[in-house]
Design a protein around this ligand. Structure first.
Ligand SMILES: NC(=O)c1ccc[n+]([C@@H]2O[C@H](COP(=O)([O-])OP(=O)(O)OC[C@H]3O[C@@H](n4cnc5c(N)ncnc54)[C@H](OP(=O)(O)O)[C@@H]3O)[C@@H](O)[C@H]2O)c1
Length: 293
């Protein structure tokens, strides 16, 4: 499985444009894609179309990509209790649908997902465990790793402490924002000590003032010659947060990836690395430094 990139292309709220934007994202250089089976917010089938177009045109092969989708516990698609009488049958139906929609080519070897994320825990912990075990039955043949989203520190600890959680979560996908218990610092810390990749979403939308006005983001932007958005992304990555980038703008796709490259070059200079480390420390004291990685 290819490693999850430090910046993932996020496909929520792109509707009929999803296929084109996923294709453009791959063309621009993104290699990790996040979607969900939930039709209210995502167009998973469109995402698959974009992936297949890129593979068909030879831009990438399946093994170059990290493809992640979600099973959504409260999705209307699986609410019919006659067809899907319990959580396990809902999980199985959703996984089968995702595998078909996201299969990168006609080759049956391409029928797998790099990560399947449980979109949120259930109100009852026992139900979360039932869903987790149903997902686990597809690992490793069709799903390479599992994740969970919209989870509190307390719930994540409960999941890790439960018997038979095998495989354990490889990914946590949460909102990275001041309003989320101070940038979700406790959950990030637990992820670091448990070797779980922490993916942050709404990172621009929910942090406008922080990335647009703070001195430490401005210093990285000015030093490396990149936009404040890219400087913010680079600092997040410096804090071991995997960025979900939800742009609909092809110029932003290219500039964000190129900008991260420029920051690597800048950090290779003595002055650049010194400034970056100072700014990282400033961001850590603002948003919560994580221990345990
Ligand atoms: N697990 C969950 O429950 C959950 C919830 C929400 C989101 N997510 C995931 O996270 C992804 C990202 O979410 P999001 O789209 O709300 O968050 P976002 O990346 O914080 O916001 C994207 C917004 O920022 C703007 N933007 C401005 N400059 C940008 C730049 N240089 N690069 C990128 N964007 C720039 C974009 O406008 P332009 O389009 O004009 O660039 C867009 O309006 C989603 O697509 C989804 O995959 C998961």
């Amino acid at each position: 499985m290819p490693p999850m990139a430090s910046m993932i292309y996020g496909t929520a709220w792109k509707g009929a444009e999803t296929g084109r934007l996923v294709y453009e994202a791959i063309k621009a250089g993104f290699r990790s894609i996040d979607t969900a089976a939930m039709a209210r917010h995502y167009n998973e089938a469109g995402c698959g179309d974009g992936i297949r177009r890129a593979v068909h045109e030879g831009l990438v092969s399946r093994s170059d990509l990290y493809i992640q989708t979600k099973f959504s516990p409260h999705d209307d698609a699986f609410a019919d209790t006659t067809r899907y009488p319990d959580i396990s049958s809902q999980v199985d139906a959703s996984v089968a649908q995702s595998l078909s929609r996201l299969q990168a080519s006609d080759n049956p070897r391409d029928r797998y997902l790099d990560c399947l994320v449980l979109h949120s825990p259930y109100p009852r912990h026992e139900d979360t465990l039932v869903a987790w075990r149903a997902l686990s039955a597809h690992v490793p043949e069709f799903i390479r790793s599992l994740g969970i989203s919209n989870i509190t520190h307390h719930e994540l600890q409960g999941l890790l402490d439960s018997p038979n959680v095998n495989p354990p979560p490889a990914v946590v996908q949460n909102r990275f924002a001041a309003s989320e218990h101070g940038w979700d610092a406790a959950t990030r810390s637990l992820c670091a000590s448990s070797k779980i990749a922490y993916q942050g979403f709404w990172t621009l939308t929910a942090n406008q003032r922080e990335w647009q006005t703070s001195d430490y983001v401005g210093a990285v932007a000015a030093g490396a010659g990149v936009s404040r958005a890219v400087a913010w992304y680079s600092l997040m990555i410096g804090m071991d947060i995997v960025v979900l980038n939800g742009t609909t703008n092809v110029d932003h796709m290219r500039e964000d990836l190129a900008g991260l490259g420029r920051i690597v070059e800048w950090r290779a200079t003595e002055e650049g690395e010194k400034v970056f480390e100072q700014c990282l420390a400033a961001m850590g004291s603002r948003t919560g430094t994580v221990h345990g990685s």
